[in-house]
Design a protein around this ligand. Structure first.
Ligand code: C2E
Ligand code: MG
Ligand code: MG
Length: 284
């Protein structure tokens, strides 16, 4: 299984599934949050919730492994439910501290097959007291997805005010046909292109074309995997709206994210000229 590197004594998939099921029942997972900023102002655009699982015997298991196992062993809806509940709980905790932070959650294409998902998300937001427009669902395309059914589900999500980001665009199964037909609100440029954009002309041309494509379709363009200042500046110069990556912050626990927003956040705002200041190159 890909992504299993780093697990002590790699177990089989079914053992991993048993352990994951237990972790879901007993609160063995956590959510980390990675900030995203607006490139023109440096203001916080939102956070992406990313699941983390530390098994007592296996140590940290990467999401690339346990999400795949959850999909294979019928645990994906339980994982999606847990992630959503926890993300909404964190949203309200930040709101109590005076922080209103747009929240993006990753939802597997398998969970999108459930026709009740839009109602479930709507009800969950209402119960938690979170406005639906504070939530974005990040989806990656799948070759097996039935386009008509997907169109119905995504349209119902958008009607409820929930955003939909097409994740990892440019790799996997992402197709221009789906982009034309489905009601996305945001397009996330895959980090494979973003990372190479400063050194490879071809990658830069692709990133620019994807950003223009997003804008032409009325979508927000977000660059994933921004690791250095040169890349951040290039993304801004290419007209990209938002950026996310280790340069800004790695995924952080909820309280650490709140501290980042109060401490690092204003430095990015001034670095990007958000408070009317000149555009310097970087906070040090
Ligand atoms: P993703 O949704 O594309 O999330 C971005 C991934 O890139 C995260 O990896 C994040 O930690 C990593 N990343 C962010 N900035 C940088 C950077 O500057 N450099 C590099 N090298 N990496 C960066 P993570 O947390 O390991 O998640 C991997 C994938 O697992 C996610 O990709 C997403 O597809 C999936 N995933 C994570 N959490 C969940 C979840 O709660 N539910 C579902 N269904 N999938 C999830
Ligand atoms: Mg994502
Ligand atoms: Mg991504």
């Amino acid at each position: 299984m890909s992504g299993a590197a780093g697990i002590r004594g790699v177990p089989g998939e079914s053992e991993l599934a048993t352990r994951l099921e237990l972790a879901l029942e007993r609160g063995g997972l956590s959510l980390f949050y990675q900030p995203k900023i607006h490139l023109r102002t440096g203001a916080l655009a939102g956070v992406e919730a990313l699941a983390r699982w530390r098994d007592p015997d296996l140590g940290q298991v990467p999401p690339s492994s346990f999400v795949a196992v959850a999909e294979l062993f019928g645990l994906i809806d339980a994982l999606t439910e847990w992630v959503l509940k926890e993300a909404l709980r964190q949203w309200t905790m930040w709101a109590e501290q005076g922080l209103k932070v747009h929240m993006s959650v990753n939802v597997s294409a398998l969970s999108l097959r459930d026709p009740w998902l839009p109602d479930y998300l709507h009800r969950s937001c209402a119960q938690a007291g979170v406005p639906c427009d504070q939530l974005t669902v990040e989806v990656t395309e799948s070759a097996t997805q039935h386009i008509v059914r997907l169109l119905q589900t995504l349209s119902r999500l958008r009607l409820k005010g929930i955003g939909i980001a097409l994740d990892d665009f440019g790799t996997g199964y992402s197709s221009l046909l789906q982009l034309r037909q489905l009601p996305y609100s945001e397009l996330k440029v895959d980090q494979a292109f973003v990372r190479e954009a400063t050194s490879s002309r071809e990658a830069r041309v692709i990133v620019k074309a994807v950003i223009d494509l997003a804008h032409g379709l009325g979508l927000i363009a977000t660059a994933e995997g921004v690791e250095d200042m040169e890349t951040l500046e290039l993304m801004r110069d290419l007209g990209c709206d938002d950026a996310q990556g280790y340069l800004l912050a790695k995924p952080l626990p909820g309280q650490a994210l709140a501290e980042w927003v109060l401490g690092e956040g204003p430095r990015w705002r001034s670095a990007c000229g958000g408070a009317g200041e000149a555009m310097p190159s970087c906070p040090t």
